[in-house]
Design a protein around this ligand. Structure first.
Ligand SMILES: [Zn+2]
Length: 323
């Protein structure tokens, strides 16, 4: 800073909350973020009506004040994946008893003012607070005033409140203001991604990927994919078609999805699909209609690969028996 021609160096202990107080977070979800679950949305770091995550990419939406740790589909709610306190503190508030439903414009009225759904707020002292949203109905196991340790179970991942997919939304606040745990100092820019973070172990940033893949005997409904019911376990030789699908998050224009099916008699079908727009979630499918006497019996292998530029972002391989 320059005043009256002289140069002063600012020596105040200015805002670097992570360094200043040693407040650090652990994961709020008990699953492997590289395989069993993933981060769908980050804090919106863009003050304009456009949204961007801390890397200046599209994994956010306008005004989003937290990080969404997601399960691959609604059927996974039944697995009772634990939501964990990201730091030690005292429970400030809880809510439970709201149904796990898929949020839509039609159901918006039912959750107005209670968008967090079943949730927990923890006070960590020094103005730090974390909030956990969309927990499974009936799963919250802590009470207001209770002290919790880092990693203590709070409940299970669900889809209560304003949630379009099953996930736990983690909000982090300091003196009531939203803090992005991936950019606590707000110093990240597109040109300088930076590595400051509030995480003890910072989750790797995944710029998009495959949430799931499966076989079916026709192009599935998107809702069946989101529900976890689209994936056929076996098919018969007279199935009308053999379809392989891939369920994506964070797609970008010009991404390529390669899908293929190989059966006991060799390649059944393979194709590249080029994507045209950025989408939070989407799916692509290719397939082949049955001809003549039907499908040869045996094991079929399906592979779905998401490719961005020269890089393979994500790949899943699935198998099905036709018998
Ligand atoms: Zn959220």
């Amino acid at each position: 800073m320059k005043l009256n021609g002289a140069v002063f160096i600012l020596a105040l202990p200015f805002a670097s909350p992570a360094l200043a107080e040693g407040f650090l977070l652990s994961s709020p979800i008990d699953c492997d973020l590289t395989s069993d679950c993933y981060i769908q949305q980050y804090v919106d770091s863009n003050p304009s009506p456009a949204a961007s995550d801390f890397t200046c990419s599209t994994l956010s939406y306008d005004g989003h004040k937290g990080t969404d740790f997601a399960l691959p589909n609604r059927s996974e709610i039944a697995r009772n994946v634990r939501v964990l306190a990201s730091a030690a503190g005292r429970v400030k508030g809880v809510r439970d008893g709201m149904a796990d439903v898929s949020y839509s414009d039609e159901t918006a009225d039912k959750v107005a003012g209670r968008e967090c759904g079943n949730g927990v707020i923890i006070d960590h002292g020094d103005g730090w607070e974390t909030q956990y949203c969309h927990l499974k109905n009936g799963s919250v196991v802590v009470k207001p005033g209770q002290d919790v340790w880092q990693g203590q179970e709070l409940g299970f991942v669900g889809q209560s409140g304003k949630a379009a997919f099953p996930h736990v939304h983690l909000s982090v606040r300091k003196d009531g203001k939203t803090v992005d745990p991936f950019d606590p100092d707000g110093t990240t820019t597109c040109a300088t991604p930076g590595d400051s973070s509030l995480w003890q172990t910072r989750p790797a940033y995944r710029a998009g990927g495959l949430i799931g893949a499966g076989f079916s005997q026709g192009v599935p409904d998107f809702d069946a994919i989101k529900a976890g019911t689209a994936d056929a376990k076996t098919l018969s030789p007279d199935a009308p078609a053999l379809v392989i699908w891939g369920y994506l998050f964070g797609s970008q224009p010009d991404d390529v999805v390669n899908l293929s099916i190989t059966g006991p008699d060799g390649m059944v079908i393979a194709d590249d699909v080029t994507l045209t727009k950025a989408q939070a979630q989407s799916f692509r499918a290719i397939g082949k209609k049955r001809r003549g006497k039907g499908w040869a019996t045996g094991t079929y292998t399906g592979t779905v690969t998401l490719i961005r530029g020269p890089q393979i972002l994500s790949q899943k391989t699935v198998e099905i028996d036709i018998r």
